[in-house]
Design a protein around this ligand. Structure first.
Ligand SMILES: [Zn+2]
Ligand SMILES: [Zn+2]
Length: 287
């Protein structure tokens, strides 16, 4: 089993990515939650183009993959989990849950720190919210995420299988919870105790700062509830809410590949992040 998973890791990941993309794309075409302001032909080439670019950048610039590092860690005994004699399924579950917590904390951090918010704006500037939004991140943010993940693997000491499970789960859930799809309200309420649902994550893509600064989870919904960043629904309702960032509404800037790559280097970060709050002018406009 191990040889099968580790030997075919890139193929497994690519097949799952394309499979979930096709399924979600079909679901979005049959039962969309909101009308799309721009057609797929306008957005998908850019959003999928940045995914392809990121894959190449990571392979070229980083000396190792997460799975290769976990294999080295297992061989050398690096990381906490290698020092406890726990059943395999317990260490696998623990590793996946703790890695997901790291992703949650990283997500809060990229919203809080001005220079990191510049990078993360690329994810939020999409004028629509669909399955491809889930994979669009600036290459520098992807590199930062990879470095944080590699550091977390060194400290936690997950097995290579746990890393594959974590990465595949994160990838699949990110595409699911960015889907422009609707679930019956009762099912959504039930499901969001186990996994972040599209209605839960859509709140995070609102133009309203307080709504964007909530629901940071990508896979597991518990961290938001535990740490007080959970928000049930957007004020304006899912159909009427505006997706994106205030002041960044030109499709050439936010939904075309060259504009997306240049986005972190444009404009100033205003009231959004932690040290840009208009405390001195609480009644001031909240851009
Ligand atoms: Zn975010
Ligand atoms: Zn998102």
């Amino acid at each position: 089993m191990r040889d099968l998973i580790l030997g075919h890791e890139p193929a497994i990941r690519l097949t799952l990515f394309l499979g979930v993309l096709a399924l979600m794309g079909l679901w979005e075409a049959i039962a969309p939650r909101r009308p799309a302001p721009l057609g797929r032909w306008a957005r998908w080439p850019s959003n999928l183009g940045i995914v392809a670019l990121n894959t190449v950048v990571v392979r070229l610039l980083l000396p190792t993959t997460a799975v290769a590092l976990a294999m080295a860690g297992e061989r050398e005994g690096w990381g906490l989990l290698h020092h406890f004699a726990l059943p395999g399924w317990v260490t696998l579950t623990l590793a996946v849950v703790v890695l997901d917590l790291v992703v949650y904390l990283q997500h809060v951090m990229v919203h809080a720190i001005p220079v990191l918010w510049r990078l993360h704006r690329v994810h939020h500037a999409d004028l629509h919210f669909d399955v491809t939004t889930g994979a669009r991140f600036h290459p520098i943010e992807i590199l930062l995420s990879m470095l944080i993940k590699l550091a977390a693997i060194l400290v936690i000491g997950p097995s290579p299988e746990a890393v594959v499970v974590f990465e595949v789960l994160l990838n699949a859930t990110a595409m699911f919870n960015h889907g422009n799809v609707s679930l019956p309200a009762a099912l959504d309420r039930w499901l969001r105790w186990i996994v972040v649902t599209p209605d839960m994550h859509r709140v995070h893509h609102s133009v309203e700062d307080d709504e964007t600064n909530s629901n940071f989870g990508f896979s597991l919904p518990w961290w938001d509830r535990l740490f007080g960043t959970y928000r049930d629904q957007p004020r304006g309702g899912h159909a009427a809410m505006t997706i994106g960032i205030h002041g960044w509404r030109d499709p050439r800037q936010v939904d075309r590949l060259p504009g997306m790559l240049a986005l972190p280097f444009r404009g100033t970060v205003t009231h959004y992040t932690i040290n840009r709050r208009p405390w001195a002018h609480p009644e001031g406009d909240h851009v």
